[in-house]
Write a protein that binds this ligand. Sequence first.
Ligand SMILES: *[C@@H]1O[C@H](CO)[C@@H](O)[C@H](O)[C@H]1NC(C)=O
Ligand SMILES: *[C@@H]1O[C@H](CO)[C@@H](O)[C@H](O)[C@H]1NC(C)=O
Length: 352
Amino acid sequence: MQINRVIFVVSALIAVSLLTGFAFYYKNGASIRPDTSSQTRQQELIEAIKAKPFKSIAYVNRLAGYWPPQVILNSLGVNSKCYDIFILTFWMYGMMGDAVSVYDKPLNFIGPDVIGNTNAEIQQNLQKLYHDNGSLLFISAFGAAQNPTGFDPTLVAESLAKWVNENPYIDGIDIDYEDNDAIVDGTGTKWLITFQKVLRQKLDNKHLLITHAPQAPYFSRAYYDNGAYYTVEKEVGNTIDWYNIQFYNQGSNTYDSYESLFVESGKPFVNTSYSEIIKIDGIPAEKLILGKPAVTADATNTGYVEPAKLAQICNEGKEKSGITIPGFFIWQYSSDTSCRFYDAFTQNYKYK
Ligand SMILES: *[C@@H]1O[C@H](CO)[C@@H](O)[C@H](O)[C@H]1NC(C)=O
Ligand SMILES: *[C@@H]1O[C@H](CO)[C@@H](O)[C@H](O)[C@H]1NC(C)=O
């Protein structure tokens, strides 16, 4: 059992033309009032996207290239035709990875005279490009690259909050905690609860969204000693906006049929299908975003489903189980810059 737990929870999130217009829409929805104050504008866009009954989210890990600057901006999704939220990966305690390192020191990557001349100016204009395109910018912390449980959760949360306060041109923070051993023995659950409380408290911008990106098994009360995300939701769920759930890379738990995704997840990670998480953990469907790889190559093992088929599965979930999913995320954006996955999924899923 112990061995299974470790083997099967394979980490899942591993590894332009510049827009100058001031149109202020959110994608595929009603337009909202423009505002000259960028803070008010941010708050309005955050509220508008948060209120969308169906959100589309893309993680940005791999970039298509680092030159010329336009390639970087395109890779970050600022001119995407489809996604509502872009999540750059990964902030780590003491390190910056991949796309987050571009946001952290944009002058080193994008250079001067493109969208600004200082790091702060470029960050601010980068966020404006997303906002002009009707989308939000998030960063994600940890991922499979860092298991932070060995560090004091208060120090790690303070460090992340300090960095966000000093680099404030983002709209949300995603916590992708994947320390499987610590979740198994229960220490990870306690760590996450303290971390989340301190993070919320130390952020200057009270409007920032905070999401978590657990692997689907982490919702199994039966499997983990301290109840894992069941307990996290119970203790600090009111400070977490929603969950970006990794329903992939879980070995024999494939989450690739109506049965395994919506009715009964099966062994070893029992009780982690949609209806089981909703019923047994008491977490509302509105908080449970469906995460999938964009293409087979973005999965380490199981869980990929063709987007049109995934839509049919979700239609069954709605018709037979009465569950409407509140949106989806893909890992990762570089595989869907043309909106292939997005189009096939949203054109076939009847969420309305
Ligand atoms: C985002 O940018 C794309 C590409 O330029 C454009 O087609 C789309 O209309 C823009 N979306 C919004 C909401 O402005
Ligand atoms: C799954 O949850 C149900 C309802 O709480 C419980 O009765 C059942 O024992 C759980 N499954 C396992 C294998 O623990």
